[in-house]
Design a protein. Sequence first.
Length: 87
Amino acid sequence: MPHFLGAPLIVANSDLITLTTKGVASYFSELLNLTIFEPPVPMRSFTIDFLGSAARSTDPALRWLRDQMLKSPARAPLTINRTTGPA
């Protein structure tokens, strides 16, 4: 599957299941009349990394995206690690 957001659409039209985040599950359960079940085993947390080229650090679109990620109230703790080049 090329993108994780396609999974709920496939599940809604089949007898398949998917494992996704609570936010995605909640959104699509209302939209597509899906039932949400807790996983039968504990799930580990995960991180999403934002990697960018120092050469494109001044790109307005990438700067905007990074700023939105930092402002998001629903985000997990976010750390920016600058190893090379400007922010």
